[in-house]
Design a protein around this ligand. Sequence first.
Ligand code: HGY
Ligand code: MN
Ligand code: MN
Length: 409
Amino acid sequence: MIDLGLRAAALLAELAHASEDGPGVTRLPFTPQHRQALDQLTAAMQETGLSVHLDAAGTLIGRQEGQTPDAPVLLIGSHQDSVREGGAFDGIMGVVLAIVALAGLREHGIALPFAVEVLAFADEEGVRFPTALVGPRALAGTVDPAVLDMADADGITLRDAMQRFGLAPDTISRLHRDPASVMGYIEVHIEQGPVLEAADQALGVVTAICGIERHQIMVMGETGHAGTLPMEGRRDALLGAAALVTEVNRLARSGEDLRGTVGALTVVPNVVNAVPRAVQMTAELRAPRDDMREAAGQALHRFAAELAQSTGLTIDIRRSYHQPAQPCDAHLTAVLQHAVRATGGRGMTLPSGATHDASAMADLCPMAMLFVRCARGISHSPAEYASPEDMGAAIAALGATLRRLAFGE
Ligand code: HGY
Ligand code: MN
Ligand code: MN
């Protein structure tokens, strides 16, 4: 399978050029870089005999018909977009491996009874707009049209960006699929963590996608001269923020597989000789279990209230986003595990700390995920890397999965 792994590596190296200038890959949705990637993926899909179209939400769909008309379709895909200065594998590798796996079956004369659609979703990262997952949510019938009014940093709304891209954003609610027409959704993705490398495994099967909640926090105190204002009695907003950062970290260490991160923090007035009067910050919590995550979020709100009481600071904290944990479908997961074992892997399982398009597709159909080892667990970085050997192993496992679903092999 190394030759198919090398074929995937070559296509991904080409796709990495569909990027803004600068380190790594920067490919945001509904941009010239997105269009360039779609052109390359379209050509690869057509060479593999897939019929290709772009749906109203910007999802590129490559379809291979099955031998049994009207049999429920199997969906395989991931996202084409990247973070800023990201890697060449996050998301788009899952699209490429699906295309190459279908090419491999075709070259061995294997025709499947069911249709397969390869999906390249436009926007999973939510880097350009304060929303994401419009493509899979449109297919699942869970998209909120209000998100079309959300704007990027230049004030361009998602609706405008999609229309300029040649799409029909106001028709996306018609894209929803009948669940009875879909067998399931499989996503192949780099692990984005160190677990597979530590276990010396190329592949892992995902048990659940962690739930997420995000909190917007504003700490307000009082500024003053850094030299003349006595330490006693200061209402230093950054001191309060520092206590909150420490508490997020403490809470996250209190639960198994719980993650807590303060990723963004802005100090006002942010000058060397004035006491900070305000701090705007975010707190994100993730866990495979929703009860654990919710309890940590509530504990953080209690801590903030007590901190405000004891320091005289004003602390406004509100949960601005949340998505529940999504367990992977037991049957599809068992099929993936069988396929990994049948192609030389151990079939180890692990939770996903990152979220994926699959978390939204779970509202439409059974979903499962296959993780591919990435070097040193690095992701969202130009150093992101998956080897042709490991991608070849994933292609073999994907082919074995399709054959097991089709023929019970
Ligand atoms: O945030 C995430 O987990 C994903 O990379 N968007
Ligand atoms: Mn990502
Ligand atoms: Mn991703």
